[in-house]
Write a protein that binds this ligand. Sequence first.
Ligand code: NAP
Length: 284
Amino acid sequence: MVNADTKLICLLGHPVEHSKSPIFQNNSLEKEGINAKYMAFDVNPENLEEAIKGLKSLGFKGGNVTIPHKEEVMKYVDEVTQEARIIGAVNTLYWKNGKLIGDNTDGRGFILSLMEDGKIDPMGKKVLVLGAGGASKAITVKLLTEGVEDIYIYDIDQNRLNSLCERLKELRDVVNIDVNINILSEKNLNEIASKVDLIVNCTPIGLNKSDPELLDDSVFNENQVVFDLIYNPSRTKLLKKASKKGAHIINGAGMLAYQGALSFEKWLNRKPNVKNMKKILERD
Ligand code: NAP
């Protein structure tokens, strides 16, 4: 029941109508018996600063931030966590000592899903990451700090690819971790794909039936884990092909649930039931 005590939690994005977060977050709020509602707001980029001021004045409990505001919102929060600063993007807003904090739970959500759903520890592994955009930034930073041996990255946007690799090399030198960071070209993509332990798709390719193939069928084998961040469809072409060759496959539903659960914990100081969140996402 909504009453005068109901707290609000927001999702700020543009557009937002495709988002599954309101469904599994509201289900968890209800199941936990918390008098709060999670609402999605379509905020134009020119209104983001006003929207953040509104959250402060209206006493929102916190929120999530999605495309295209993840970078821009860093200007309007009071503090940014170290992890969000390193990634260069914020996906979670919460309050601490009266200050609005910007955090990023995407990378941690990915690692938790990889370990729990994929039963794979990335330490010492060879990893191919397809895509160098927002999600890839969070994931590659986390893979690096988890101690992978080699990261190979490929993106059709050469500037984005170069800038992510430069950033990762700077981070590697600061944290003094021994990891090889490699820029891939289309020419050697399939050859490397056949040699890695883990393939992660951080591109939107696979969302639509008409999307092109990302990799040749011949690259997959039973020793690999193939992780597609896409969760709708639950089995992309990439996952179907990898599964046929015996690879262990994971879709993005687990990552979405884990990153959401980590945000939930920041807003409300309690852990939600992640299994339930995943179930809701798989059912919907
Ligand atoms: P993004 O910032 O747009 O990055 C995607 C990158 O992939 C862009 O640089 C894009 O280049 C590149 N790309 C497109 N086609 C490619 C191809 N054939 N080969 C190599 N690179 C290609 O998007 P994002 O925010 O990182 O999101 C990526 C995907 O992850 C989306 O499907 C999103 O829904 C999903 N996601 C899932 C979760 C989850 O929790 N499961 C969380 C975050 C994101 P261009 O811009 O030139 O096309």
